[in-house]
Design a protein around this ligand. Structure first.
Ligand SMILES: [Zn+2]
Length: 450
């Protein structure tokens, strides 16, 4: 997840109205989840962020955050009385700007009953089973260990990754290792070069193409890391700035966790294909570079995809999915919010709905927070935003990164952008990561026709 910009931090000094749509946990009846809406007032959107998301060194360009607030769309969904699906409620934000829609959705319904309630669109039991088998906490941890320096990057070779920062030498080594792994899975691998501040960087793309398919589903994360929020000292013990070329930036959670999930998704697809199953859409895995520098790699990628005439049905980005403080109850955030108005808003909301409905099938004990609208605190801050800018539906799924409008802090990692973001950090929870990854991957594969 990229840092908040100084501009967005400053621009939020006015009073903010946030709307919270809350679904009470279902009691006895699975059909009667009641929605209540209320508003909360914030003095500053900085209060939405639990972690110090702005530092003087941050320089994420903000792609055209609208000053106007007229197109606010809050969308949520609540189960209806029969098994005919769901009802969508749309409301306009009262006033002024920057409302935040938050759906707190918890259900205890067993998977079978839930499927009956929610109707089509959920992954099939067969796909769920395949995802559960392929996407485990052990698999994810293994991938994270390799790319964050706990284990050698390549088995049998000594190198352990120190940093995946766009300025670090290991960045290219990780790109190569991940590309090799995709190739081993029989996928068509392409490297997308681009330049950033004198560095030649690469996005990694791996695709399974389906003859006759008319569109493509993307499962994505960012492979680079940063430790720009860390405390560093020079030889005299005096504070000094982060040196991205040499300082350690393990990025186990940000976004080693999402990268691991994308690799596991590719391994899962390989297994499904080997079982004779075939999607109806192309499935593409993309690992973006230089996300932390302002979504640089994904902006390049989305621009190139648009120029090539790609038809992208939806983008499922996973960015920071392993953070869960010990003792906290599990909460996943689904970010569909966009700084770009237009049809992309509702299309992204629809993708978010799909993920939200899959989560309780994977684990009924997880609370889902759906965030949408331009005041979604992740709007413009992960690679899904680069696709919004091109008009494509995209969501970013994360741990409980942001505090709620009423001030409850998030329960995600406390090592955001520090050298302490390691696999060994107590806030790094591979089981939670597996729950999130399974939910997103099953949704994406189902969306691709599996
Ligand atoms: Zn980040």
């Amino acid at each position: 997840m990229a840092a908040r910009t100084s501009r967005s931090a400053r621009s939020g000094s006015s009073t903010e109205t946030a709307t919270l749509l809350k679904a009470a946990p279902p009691a006895s009846s699975r059909q009667s989840t009641a929605l209540s809406a209320f508003t909360a007032t914030k003095s500053s959107p900085a209060g939405l962020s639990r972690t110090p998301l702005h530092r003087p060194g941050d320089h994420l360009p903000e792609p055209g955050r609208p000053r106007s607030t007229r197109h606010q769309l809050l969308s949520t969904r609540t189960p209806r009385s029969a098994d005919t699906g769901t009802r969508t409620c749309r409301r306009r934000a009262a006033s002024p700007s920057r409302s935040r829609a938050l759906l707190d959705f918890r259900t205890g319904a067993p998977p079978g009953r839930l499927a009956a309630v929610l109707g089509d669109g959920l992954p099939s039991p067969r796909t769920i089973a395949a995802v559960r088998a392929a996407v485990t906490s052990e698999v994810l941890s293994r991938h994270v260990a390799r790319i964050s320096g706990i284990e050698p990057l390549v088995e049998g070779k000594p190198l352990k990754v120190r940093s995946r920062d766009a300025s670090a030498a290991d960045n290219a080594r990780v790109v190569e290792a991940l590309a090799r792994r995709f190739e081993d899975l029989g996928l068509t691998v392409r490297l997308h070069p681009f330049r950033w501040r004198g560095h030649r960087l690469l996005n990694v793309e791996a695709e399974h193409r389906v003859p006759g398919a008319e569109s493509t589903v993307l499962i994505t994360a960012h492979m680079d890391s940063t430790a720009a929020n860390g405390d560093f000292v020079d030889a005299d013990g005096d504070p000094r700035p982060y040196d991205p070329a040499v300082d350690p930036a393990p990025g186990a959670d940000d976004d080693g966790s999402g990268t691991a999930a994308v690799m596991a998704a590719a391994e899962c697809l390989r297994g499904l294909l080997d079982d004779g199953r075939e999607p109806t859409r192309n499935v593409r895995f993309v690992l973006f570079n230089a996300e932390e520098q302002g979504l640089v790699g994904s902006k390049f990628y989305a621009r190139a995809a648009a120029a090539a005439g790609d038809r992208i049905a939806g983008v499922f980005q996973m960015d920071m999915i392993a953070g869960r403080q010990q003792g906290s109850s599990p909460v996943v955030e689904i970010h569909a919010g966009s700084l770009v108005p237009g049809p992309v808003v509702s299309a992204s909301d629809a993708l978010g709905e799909r993920v939200a409905r899959t989560v309780p099938v994977i684990d009924s004990g997880v609370t889902v927070q759906q965030l949408t609208g331009p005041a979604d605190p992740a709007a413009g801050r992960s690679d899904h935003a680069s696709f919004h800018e091109r008009g494509w539906a995209a969501v970013a799924v994360s741990e409980d990164l942001f505090s709620t409008p009423d001030g409850d802090p998030g329960t995600g990692t406390r090592q955001y952008h520090t050298p302490g973001d390691t696999l060994l950090d107590p806030d790094h929870n591979p089981e939670f990561a597996a729950t999130v990854a399974r939910s997103v991957i099953a949704t994406a594969l189902a969306f691709a026709g599996l």
